[in-house]
Design a protein around this ligand. Structure first.
Ligand code: NAD
Ligand code: UDP
Length: 333
């Protein structure tokens, strides 16, 4: 009897596509579901034809009935401009999506991992952030659809664990970057690199003294898999990030240096509720998962810059061809 596939929701996105690829490379059968809101079939091009890979277009706010052996729940837009476009759908994705995937885990007796976020800490009053910190979130601001949605999803994961004994794992991801980020997702790393490559001014929101800690995508994917492999029932969520902390001014200088261009910077208004600082305490990831980041920020940014450089050089991928293939498969289903 063949084992049921592992399910990756949001698998056509930036992090999800790397996770699908790593799971296939480990010999898993992977079922990727995605509504293609912010994801892109081009992200799946390298393993699209792999016999252990299957794609279904599906929105997690609707129930799903499939046999699966494990679930990685990543479906949700991650960039502030993307998640604020349709805030109600973002909340539905976080909450109804979590319920649907937890029900699927319950019925399949499958372990399930939730991609939560450092946004649950809001604008933190504790630094660095430890998992025991409850956060400082504005529940009615423009970021709340995501922050509160992800907080409610965490609650659901712990309630399904307590009520239905579902094997749940929650990780809180800090700002992650790398190849397959969308050039136009409005995030700081993609904005700085693409502007620097074009020789345009780098846009710094506010005075640029706010800090973030940046994790390279390969490191994050290793943590995600280690967390699913781990037998320890997690008492608490686990911070997933690289504690190297930079101000946005420092990041701008680093990017200009890597691209070898002396661009100017322009200061624009700071978005509402923009957190002032972010740095994960990763003691739990080290202790429980024996994990720590391996790719430093300079090296990671260099690889990401190369990706954006190559992506602008190569012709637009055949999105319409792949979409046609999906439609065909849906029609035959
Ligand atoms: P992404 O936007 O590239 O990927 C999200 C994927 O989910 C996309 O492919 C999108 O089409 C899909 N999706 C969105 N809503 C959906 C829905 N209702 N049904 C089905 N699919 C849906 O973002 P990412 O950076 O790859 O983030 C992946 C996960 O990690 C998200 O849950 C995000 O909240 C979390 N996360 C990411 C970061 C980061 O820095 N990238 C930080 C914290 C948390
Ligand atoms: N930011 C910036 N210039 C940009 C894009 C973002 O200065 O072109 C700032 C943004 O205000 C925030 C930080 O960079 O303080 C990180 O933003 P991002 O959207 O990458 O992630 P998040 O705020 O969700 O951590």
């Amino acid at each position: 009897m063949t084992t049921a596939p592992v399910l990756v929701t949001g698998g056509a996105g930036f992090i999800g596509s790397h996770l699908c690829e790593a799971l296939i490379n480990r010999g898993h059968r992977v079922l990727c579901i995605d509504n293609l809101l912010t994801g892109n079939l081009d992200n799946l091009a390298e393993f699209w034809d792999h016999p252990n890979f299957e794609f279904q277009q599906h929105d997690v706010i609707n129930p799903l009935s499939v046999d699966v052996s494990a679930i990685y729940n990543l479906a949700c837009p991650a960039s502030p401009i993307d998640y604020q476009k349709d805030p109600i759908h973002t909340l539905q994705t976080c909450i109804q999506g979590a319920i649907n995937m937890l029900e699927l885990a319950r019925l399949n007796r499958a372990p399930i991992l939730q991609a939560s976020t450092s946004e649950v800490y809001g604008d933190p009053e504790q630094h660095p952030q430890v998992e025991g910190y409850w956060g400082n979130v504005n529940p009615i601001g423009p970021r709340a659809c995501y922050d509160e949605g992800k907080r409610a999803a965490e609650t659901l994961f712990y309630d399904y664990h307590r009520t239905h004994h579902v094997d749940t794992r929650v990780i809180r991801i800090f700002n992650t970057y790398g190849p397959r980020m969308k050039a136009d997702d409005g995030r700081v790393v993609s904005n700085f690199i693409t502007s620097a490559l074009r020789g345009e001014p780098l846009t710094i929101y506010g005075d640029g003294t706010q800090t973030r800690s940046f994790c390279y995508v390969d490191d994050l994917v290793r943590l995600i898999m280690a967390c699913m492999d781990c037998d320890v029932r997690h008492e608490s969520p686990i911070n997933a990030g690289n504690p190297e902390e930079y101000t946005m001014m420092e990041l701008a200088t680093l990017v200009m240096d890597l691209v070898d261009r002396d661009c100017s910077v322009v200061h624009l208004a700071l978005p509402v509720d923009d957190p002032k600082k972010r740095r994960p305490d990763i003691s739990n990831a080290k202790k429980i998962l024996n994990w720590e980041p391996r790719v430093g920020v300079r090296e990671g940014l260099f690889r990401t810059k190369n990706y954006f450089q190559q992506a602008t050089e190569k012709p637009i991928q055949t999105q319409s061809f792949k979409s046609a293939k999906v439609e065909l498969e849906v029609a035959h289903a």
